[in-house]
Design a protein around this ligand. Structure first.
Ligand SMILES: C[S@@+](CC[C@H](N)C(=O)[O-])C[C@H]1O[C@@H](n2cnc3c(N)ncnc32)[C@H](O)[C@@H]1O
Length: 193
């Protein structure tokens, strides 16, 4: 598994080429939102996807969880008056998310699973936060030769992501290999029973 994300690479998260290959609208679609949900964006980084998700939640809210202070600071700078209280930032590197059990309708991880520090604790936090019927949406680099992204040996691949999800006790709803819906990324949506 890869090392922790290097905050010096924050700019790469907002590279237009990245957003073209992994469009925020696509991530929002995977979340299957009505607009009133609570979504936890786990490992939100600079918030480039967080803000798109918040925009799709006129009656809901996003809790953005981020371990690195520099990235949380860049995300904080994106909170506009329109987003206001619909976007809360939790800065923690110990997977301590101050939200009740079962309070999340969705948990999202975009390019996070392969970076997780203390993976069991983070995944336990995801399971705790999700309500029954809530969805865990994972989007991550595929285990393929790619012109961009981390080396293959640093990513998980679909079989390993499915394994993580099964071990969390979640039920897979949809799964996509790279080069199907997204050029370089796999995506899995799973529900908490
Ligand atoms: C490659 S970045 C992706 C950021 C964002 N999801 C995006 O796609 O733009 C991975 C992020 O996950 C964060 N992260 C990894 N493990 C974490 C954990 N256990 N708790 C909070 N944040 C974590 C890192 O600090 C980093 O900002």
């Amino acid at each position: 598994m890869a090392d922790a994300f290097d905050p010096q690479h924050a700019g790469r998260l907002e590279d237009p080429a990245r957003l073209k290959a992994l469009p925020p609208e696509h991530v929002v679609r995977l979340l299957r939102l009505r607009g009133d949900e609570t979504v936890v964006d786990y490992g939100a980084g600079t918030g480039i996807y967080t803000v798109a998700v918040a925009a799709a939640l006129p009656r809901g809210r996003v809790i953005a969880v981020e371990a690195l202070p520099r990235l949380a600071q860049l995300l904080r700078a994106k909170i506009t008056p329109e987003l206001g209280e619909r976007l809360a930032i939790v800065e923690t590197d110990s997977n301590t998310v101050p939200a009740p059990d079962g309070s999340a309708d969705r948990v999202l991880m975009v390019d996070v699973l392969h970076h997780l520090y203390d993976q069991p604790a983070a995944l336990a936090a995801v399971t705790r936060l999700l309500r029954p019927g809530g969805l865990f949406v994972v989007v991550d680099w595929g285990d393929r030769e790619r012109p961009v992204g981390p080396p293959r040996e640093h990513v998980l691949g679909l079989a390993a992501v499915r394994d993580v999800i099964a071990r969390m006790g979640l039920d897979e709803i949809e799964a996509h290999e790279p080069e199907t819906e997204l050029p370089y990324h796999l995506a899995v949506v799973a529900a908490k029973p």
